[in-house]
Design a binder for this molecule. Structure first.
Ligand code: NAP
Length: 242
């Protein structure tokens, strides 16, 4: 077992999977959360372990506080520490605001924002006792600038930014850094059905969509290298918004 443990939520697919692999390459043991796709989670587990670190998968719904608390206890029981937390799990339920149902609003707020409260609360207690830790919240450029059809998603992602900055102020004196990464358009299951990709590419100076690995490298930077950074939002969007 290595001396460092990273917990990544939503680690079965997409950006979370790439973050888990990047941290495994850096020698971190991994607690890999996912919601229901056990096959994908098992694949991530195998690939993470191929880097010679210890890892385990944990199936729980980040929007269910009780499930979260039970699973954070299990993770602590096994690994005895949590050094890096990446709040990454997220969903979209897009619609124009005029048509947006309460179900769509609440699903996104619960999964993308309330989850950060549920997961970070028990994890920050562990980090406070360790007097060290790094928390990275996955927000979005949409949380900074808004997007038609995503009032629920952008409200949740903007909320995560306020959460990041407030926690950075509260936890800095305990040796805990709290930052956020704000991806632009990244090629994952979440964006595979987006229309007008060609139109979007015109807005991106680097002329390509991002890859999950592009985000994973930024998260690795915030987790390991950025020792004098806290409360920051790192935009990784190919220059889409400058
Ligand atoms: P994705 O490919 O759809 O993967 C979502 C991941 O979250 C999966 O591992 C999924 O688990 C997990 N998940 C979903 N609901 C969950 C829940 N209630 N409890 C636990 N896990 C849950 O998404 P992605 O594109 O990688 O996005 C990752 C994060 O980046 C999200 O927060 C997203 O908002 C943010 N982001 C993405 C983009 C983009 O362009 N893709 C841009 C900006 C921000 P299962 O596999 O078990 O379903």
């Amino acid at each position: 077992m290595s001396e460092k443990l990273a917990l990544v939520t939503g680690a079965s697919r997409g950006i979370g999977r790439a973050i888990a692999l990047e941290l495994a390459k850096c020698g971190y043991d991994l607690a890999l959360n996912y919601a229901g796709n056990t096959e994908a989670a098992q694949k991530t587990l195998e690939d993470v372990k191929a880097h010679g670190v210890d890892a385990q998968i944990y199936k729980f719904d980040v929007s269910n506080m009780q499930e979260v608390e039970e699973n954070i206890s299990k993770i602590f029981e096994k690994f005895q520490r949590i050094d890096v937390l990446v709040n990454n799990a997220g969903i979209t339920r897009d619609d124009l605001f005029i048509r947006m149902t309460q179900e769509k609003w609440e699903a996104v707020i619960n999964t993308n924002l309330n989850s950060a409260f549920y997961v970070t609360k028990p994890v920050s207690k562990i980090m406070m006792k360790q007097r060290s830790g790094a928390i990275i919240n996955t927000t979005s450029v949409v949380g900074l600038y808004g997007n038609a059809g995503q009032a629920n998603y952008s409200a949740a992602k903007a909320g995560l930014i306020g959460f990041t900055k407030s926690l950075a102020k509260e936890l800095g004196s305990r040796g805990i850094r709290v930052n956020a990464v704000a991806p632009g358009f990244i090629e994952t299951d979440m964006t595979k059905d987006l229309p007008n990709i060609d139109e979007m590419l015109k807005l991106i100076p680097l002329k390509r969509l991002g890859t999950p690995e592009d985000i994973a490298k930024a998260v690795k930077f915030l987790a390991l290298d950025a020792q004098y950074m806290t409360g920051q939002v790192l935009e990784v969007d190919g220059g889409m918004i400058i």
